[in-house]
Design a protein around this ligand. Structure first.
Ligand code: AHG
Ligand code: MN
Ligand code: MN
Length: 343
């Protein structure tokens, strides 16, 4: 009886590299270091609820160690896992105002890592799904210490992106531009094993995901689009169901597998919305496009936005291609509600 092929993420990366003659193997080393960080974060996340019971009271635990908030812990874990491998010239984290340099005594490399160490942190105490998001570019400066210029690249220049979802099982979903692949962590052997090869997002879904608590501040086009989704029209699967976790990684992962649309729009209070272009918009847009979907700010493809600031925010409409296109028509006022009977 032939045993099912066990494909660890390392094997998958090496096999992908083999299909790129001239690949240096540098990249597989980078992703290997990154997956170690994810396993360390998973270990802490999976006992987060226990931490309080185990006496990690206040800022110091029974061992006299400083207790860190989970997103500080995740942030430091990723930095420390990535600072010495010689793969990166600079990093940037959602949790740090400025770029993060490689320590002088370590070699620098040709890649750039931007990351959201813990996404959905408001959900941690309620044991709701949270995640980590990462985005990788090739450096643009010639050598040595990287800079802000290496970080502020448009999303279409990403060479890899992915997220880890710490949910009922822990999964790593990533792309290097050759499709999107999901790996589930097998805690018994501590390996991420290929479980979802070549994830494809449905062309249209029946779920919309947005924080409707912000309705009163939405611009008109957004209000009309959600009203459209709530109208009854069996030929287009409407009314859609509403699903909102409040963790981008959880909402995007569901959208990738089931289809539909996730939205965090700009509104009259925050025209640029809440989500960060570099740590959330770009990596998720690269993944969703690689799975056959679409991602825009309502007017422009996310991956074409030229960033000006490291922590700049962006409105985000992302998911099934047809759903995002219809949302854009409403946002750009090219479509009104009475036309909805058409499709
Ligand atoms: P983070 O925890 O990294 O700050 O991200 C939180 C983000 C994102 O995960 C989620 O989609 C969004 O915040 C939810 O925002 P609201 O609570 O305003 O809906
Ligand atoms: Mn986030
Ligand atoms: Mn975060």
């Amino acid at each position: 009886m032939s045993q099912k092929k066990i494909v660890t993420i390392e094997r998958h990366i090496i096999e992908e590299e083999r299909s790129h003659p001239g690949a240096s193997g540098d990249f597989s080393g980078l992703l290997r270091d990154l997956t170690l960080a994810f396993k360390v974060i998973w270990r802490e996340v999976s006992k987060a609820g226990l931490v309080n019971i185990l006496g990690f009271a206040g800022k110091e635990n029974v061992h006299g160690e400083q207790v860190k908030k989970l997103d500080e812990f995740a942030d430091e874990t990723i930095y420390r896992a990535m600072d010495h491998g010689g793969h990166l010239c600079v990093m940037a984290s959602e949790e740090n105002e400025n770029v993060l340099h490689i320590p002088e005594h370590y070699p620098t490399g040709r890649y750039v890592l931007l990351y959201d160490p813990l996404d959905g942190s408001s959900n941690i105490d309620a044991n709701v799904t949270i995640g980590t998001i990462f985005s990788i570019f090739r450096r643009v400066t010639p050598s040595g210490k990287g800079s802000m210029e290496d970080c502020l690249q448009p999303g279409y220049k990403q060479v890899a992106a992915g997220y880890v979802i710490y949910g009922s099982s822990t999964m790593l979903v990533y792309t290097t531009g050759e499709g999107v692949h999901g790996f589930t962590l097998d805690p018994s052997i501590g390996e991420f094993l290929l479980s979802h090869e070549n994830i494809r997002i449905p062309k249209r879904g029946k779920i919309y995901s947005v924080n409707e608590g912000n309705y009163r501040w939405w611009f008109d086009g957004m209000k009309k689009y959600v009203k459209y989704l709530q109208e009854e029209d069996k030929t287009t699967g409407r009314p859609y169901s509403g699903r909102y976790i409040g963790s981008l990684v959880g909402d995007i992962h569901r959208t990738m597998l089931y289809g539909g649309i996730f939205m965090y729009p700009g509104d009259t209070r925050n025209p640029e919305g809440k989500l960060r272009l570099m740590y959330e918009g770009n990596p998720m847009a690269f993944l969703v496009e690689q799975a056959g979907g679409r991602a825009s700010n309502g007017h422009q493809r996310i991956l074409d936005v030229q960033p000006k600031l490291l922590h700049q925010r962006t409105p985000l409409f992302i998911g099934s291609e047809e759903d995002v296109k219809i949302a854009e028509e409403f946002i750009q006022k090219k479509r009104e509600l009475q036309q909805s009977a058409a499709s």
